[in-house]
Write a protein that binds this ligand. Structure first.
Ligand code: FES
Length: 457
């Protein structure tokens, strides 16, 4: 493990300030992030500070970055001490980071470390000629070509103690060196000969339809009926197509293929599709896992659950037993799931969620909670103050903690009867404002508030 302490005070400069050029660069980095998120530029600025300071980060630079970003010093120190890309002590002209993680260790990293120890001394010390210092670090992501080291900005891979020593001699003498694999491997190709995935039929398309042909032949042997002719014809067609129009078995292999990464309800709605995939809806209905049903279950509606205990109580086999008994015959026609299975309420909730998601997606990233709430719902009626100066204890509603209670008070909501009277649009407004999409319904704040607001019997 790397020692992640700051350099001794005797080596620390008293001050640090970005050069005018670097200060201007820092401003461009900070401007990349939305207001209030300037801390996201911390790694960029630390990296630039390290570069300006000759390859290592003094305490003064860490504090200067903290001041620039309006962050507590400790937060920036945490980042600087976590990532080994930041050197916390002076480094040599060539800073060697040796990967000591398992793949590199298994392939000889210990030999590299021993060589460096013998030649340069303990990690963290600069050699007498000022040329080298070294440090053991965790995986640098070049495991395929282990063992490896990073020297300044470059990776050197497939090393032995001897080749690393030669590399250091060349660097010290100013001779050109070869970056990357020192044994001639290109990228992450196998060491030696290719000895896996060598069957050409994996890639020439001849295997397409092979499984179907096998099953059809097995079926034909068991049941030489009329249908066999049709099946044989399909298999023959598949084989014919494979022969005349071979396709790569892995059409995407080695190519960057851009696909839509998201299949969110809002996107499906925008494409004119049902917001929730019918298969998901049927699955949710079947398992009793939808949020609407989960909420109902919490209110004591046991009918939505299909637990083994409930099935036994009703004289039906428990799910586990049923699973054993209901295994269909291999040749049985699989039953199709019933259409949808989702209730109207679930469908409406999903459509509403898609509407809200779509409306919020159209807002700028820095929209305030109030702006977001205003585009999707209606602000509930507010009171200037609690009636008679006595607000209800809103935390009695399950799901409202003291923080949310204060936020609701800040909106002019003080009493159970106010919450009990919320309309659909008002629930959406509050849920969006509090960043609790769907939670007010799931926890049934309105129902709870009605019960609490009702006069005692
Ligand atoms: S284990 Fe050494 S680079 Fe990943």
């Amino acid at each position: 493990m790397a020692n992640r302490r700051l350099a001794p005070a005797s080596e620390q400069p008293q001050t640090f300030a970005f050069s005018p050029e670097n200060a201007a660069w820092a401003k461009t980095q900070i401007a990349k992030y939305p207001e209030g998120r300037q801390a996201s530029a911390v790694i960029s600025l630390l990296w630039k500070a390290q570069e300006q300071n000759g390859g290592w980060l003094p305490r003064a630079a860490i504090e200067a970055v903290a001041a620039e970003l309006g962050m507590p010093n400790i937060r920036v120190l945490e980042v600087a001490t976590f990532y080994t890309m930041f050197a916390l002590e002076p480094v040599g002209r060539f800073w060697i980071q040796v990967c000591g993680t398992v793949p590199c260790d298994s392939c000889g990293a210990r030999g590299l470390k021993e060589m460096l120890h013998d030649r340069l001394g303990a990690p963290g010390h600069v050699s007498a000629d000022g040329n080298f210092s070294w440090l053991e670090v965790e995986c640098l992501g070049a495991c395929c070509n282990a063992p490896m080291v990073q020297i300044n900005q470059d990776y050197f891979e497939d090393l032995t103690p001897e080749s690393l020593g030669q590399l250091m001699d060349d660097l010290a003498a100013g001779r050109p060196v070869k970056v990357g694999s020192q044994t001639g491997r290109v990228s992450s190709e196998p060491q030696g000969a290719v000895n896996t995935l060598t069957d050409p039929s994996l890639f020439d398309g001849s295997r397409v339809g092979a499984w179907r042909k096998r099953f059809e032949e097995a079926g034909k042997a068991e049941e030489p009926a009329a249908g066999a002719t049709l099946n044989t014809g399909e298999a023959a067609a598949s084989a014919q197509q494979a022969a005349t129009n071979p396709k790569p078995a892995r059409p995407d292999a080695g190519r960057a293929v851009e696909r839509t990464a998201s299949d969110a309800p809002a996107q499906r709605a925008a494409n004119g599709e049902t917001p929730v995939k019918p298969a998901d809806r049927a699955d949710a209905a079947e398992r009793g896992r939808s949020t609407a049903k989960a909420g109902a279950a919490r209110q004591g509606d046991a009918d939505v659950l299909d637990s083994p205990a409930k099935r036994v109580a009703e004289g039906e086999p428990a799910a586990g037993d049923q699973g054993n008994q209901d295994v269909p015959a291999r040749d049985a026609v699989p039953q199709q799931p019933e259409a949808s299975g989702a209730s109207d309420a679930e469908v409406a909730a999903e459509a509403e969620e898609a509407r809200v998601t779509g409306a919020l997606a159209a807002l700028p990233e820095n929209a305030t909670p109030e702006q977001k709430a205003d585009v999707v719902g209606k602000r509930p009626m507010a009171l200037d103050a609690a009636r008679a100066g006595k607000p209800d204890d809103l935390t009695r509603i399950e799901g409202i903690d003291s923080g949310n209670s204060q936020r609701l008070n800040g909106l002019g909501i003080y009493h159970f009867d106010q919450i009990a009277a919320w309309s659909r649009d008002e629930i959406t407004w509050v849920g969006t404002y509090l960043a609790f999409p769907g939670r007010i319904d799931r926890e049934d704040w309105v129902g709870q508030a009605k019960a609490l607001a009702a006069p005692a019997q």
